[in-house]
Design a protein around this ligand. Structure first.
Ligand SMILES: Cc1cc2nc3c(=O)[nH]c(=O)nc-3n(C[C@H](O)[C@H](O)[C@H](O)COP(=O)(O)OP(=O)(O)OC[C@H]3O[C@@H](n4cnc5c(N)ncnc54)[C@H](O)[C@@H]3O)c2cc1C
Length: 306
């Protein structure tokens, strides 16, 4: 018989760990489950940007450990497993491989799936020049030419960070997406070994490892030599397991109301996975607090979740 929890939080990134800690601190029996070690995107991050409440030297790993400790201190059980299905019933059934867990309510906090280029041979180059983590793999390409694919805030930050290591960085922004614009864009423009070009990567070349990417600009094709490509483009909400039970917006993120309640009154969504998320740590943590509190109100009544 599957174990029955008050709440199962799916995803142990900053949003999920915070939601779980709040639910646990309100006396709810809470399981927080992840397909990887707790921390989510934090695990890949060195120095954190735009986190004014944290000491400047705080790393992603530091914050992941703090959030995981807070969750376990609140009595949350941290579980391991990839959720493949979310089934609606009298209780939710959260399915991971051959195991399942029952829950009175769920909080979905699965963030965004890694980006993709959508080109042939993409899998062949994984670990042979194609990476999703500039802070982990960037140092392997010291002095080399590298490419960052994407146009968002964190693609630009990757390009800035890589410029301190690589010989040359080409930021290739999809034709339809203007690069994100703020002070980081200005900083990027001032770096002598960075070029920013519109275009779409349509091919990867190399025998043993990556040697070049093929970039399309309209009908033209150009070969851009590169030993590595860091992919931040086409990141979609990791919600395949809930596609049949939760309403999504036009880009596949979970629709939520002001309390982060989804289309089902016993399911909440927090962090990057929910519609309109600004894709920032502070916001993911704030979402976790709101969703944890909303679940406590739902399951314990207003007086139990002050
Ligand atoms: C390169 C990069 C740099 C960034 N730098 C900063 C920064 O400096 N400052 C800042 O404010 N923000 C930064 N961000 C954004 C920030 O990391 C995210 O906004 C934040 O991590 C979102 O938290 P989350 O909990 O919603 O999702 P995530 O951190 O993505 O966590 C989601 C978790 O869900 C798990 N999961 C997914 N699917 C399943 C499943 N089916 N079953 C079980 N578990 C699952 C994942 O393994 C993951 O652990 C950066 C992002 C990137 C990509």
């Amino acid at each position: 018989m599957p174990e029955r929890w008050d709440v199962v939080v799916i995803g142990a990134g900053p949003a999920g760990l915070t939601a779980a800690a709040v639910a646990g601190s309100h006396g709810l029996r809470c399981l927080c489950i992840d397909r990887l070690a707790p921390g989510g995107e934090l695990i890949n991050l060195g120095r954190l940007h735009d986190c004014p409440d944290l000491p400047p030297e705080t790393t992603g790993a530091d914050l992941a450990a703090t959030l995981a400790d807070a969750a376990t201190a609140a009595g949350v059980e941290l579980g391991f497993g990839e959720v493949s299905e979310l089934q609606r019933g009298e209780d939710w059934r959260v399915v991971t491989g051959d195991e399942s867990h029952l829950a009175r309510a769920v909080i979905v906090a699965t963030g965004l799936a890694p980006g993709s280029l959508g080109v042939a041979d993409e899998e062949r180059f994984e670990g042979l020049g194609l990476s999703h983590c500039a802070s982990c793999d960037g140092p392997l390409y010291r002095g080399e030419s590298v490419v960052v694919a994407g146009a968002g805030r964190w693609a630009i930050q990757d390009a800035i960070d890589l410029a301190g290591l690589a010989g040359h960085v080409a930021l290739i922004c999809p034709d339809e997406a203007a690069p994100h614009s703020d002070e980081s864009t200005t900083k990027l423009a001032g770096l002598p070994n960075v070029t920013v070009t519109p275009g779409r990567i349509v091919g990867l070349e190399g025998a043993e490892g990556l040697e070049a990417v093929i970039v399309a600009r309209g009908p033209a094709r150009e070969r851009q030599p590169a030993r590595a490509v860091f992919v931040q483009s086409n990141r979609r909400a990791a919600l395949g397991f809930a596609a049949d039970v939760l309403a999504m917006d036009g880009v596949g993120r979970a629709r939520v109301d002001d309390d982060l309640c989804t289309s089902d009154p016993r399911a909440y969504a927090a962090g990057d996975v929910r519609a309109g998320a600004p894709e920032q740590l502070a916001s993911a943590i704030a979402d976790g607090q709101r969703a944890g509190l909303a679940v406590a109100r739902l399951l314990k009544g207003k007086e139990g979740a002050g």
